[in-house]
Design a protein. Sequence first.
Length: 92
Amino acid sequence: MAERLSHEQEVVGSTPTAATSIHKNKMECKKQENSSNCNCTYPCDKKGKCCGCLSYHLSRKELPACCFSNDIEKTYDRSFKKFAELVKENKI
């Protein structure tokens, strides 16, 4: 029977052994530091919580604001398609 991956394994893409190690050593979230580097202009409860932000956007087939320039971020089009277009145009 196939082993079901934990949330940490799915997000990190790690092996069960590595995920267990991450879980035991729980990384401290540096919310204040992350918030000061976050270029997101959308008001939400995930600002500075990069793990939660990334997980949320990936579940919607998007990338978080920090993957885009400030001008593009303000459009709120964070789709994979938009990102690919910008890469193709050498804007990222």
